[in-house]
Design a protein around this ligand. Structure first.
Ligand SMILES: [Zn+2]
Length: 130
């Protein structure tokens, strides 16, 4: 990955971060306006559901923001685009689709499946000791 690539991904991440801040805030205020406008017609339970949806949206946005910040940090450190588990370069198509990805696709799938990481198998496992 060249300095040009780093600049390109930094811009992608900054743009996504700005977009998230914009739409995140917009979503929240329009929901709040809706709630205010319909307050007289909503019973308390509907109100509760709407609030929990809002909280969930905020949490998702927040997680994504943190992931983007972490990716920007890796750009500054020069470790951007390197898988956090196997230390192999993350393929460009994946980075273009998910610029804040921390793991390559294989490691991500292993992590999602809850599989143990390479090297964490017990050494006395028969098939490994022969
Ligand atoms: Zn990996």
């Amino acid at each position: 990955m060249t300095a040009g690539h780093f600049r390109q991904y930094r811009k992608l991440l900054f743009d996504k971060r700005a977009e998230l801040a914009r739409t995140g805030a917009g979503k929240e205020s329009s929901l709040r306006q809706e709630a205010v406008r319909h307050a007289d017609f909503l019973d308390q339970s509907v109100h509760g559901i709407e609030e929990s949806v809002q909280v969930r949206l905020r949490q998702t946005d927040h997680r994504l923001l943190k992931a983007i910040d972490a990716a920007l940090y890796r750009v500054d450190r020069g470790t951007f685009g390197i898988c956090g588990v196997c230390a192999e370069p993350i393929p460009a198509p994946r980075l273009n689709a998910v610029p804040w990805a921390r793991l390559c696709r294989d490691c991500k799938e292993l992590q999602d499946a809850g599989a143990p990481r390479p090297g964490s198998f017990p050494h006395d496992f028969p098939e490994w000791t022969g």
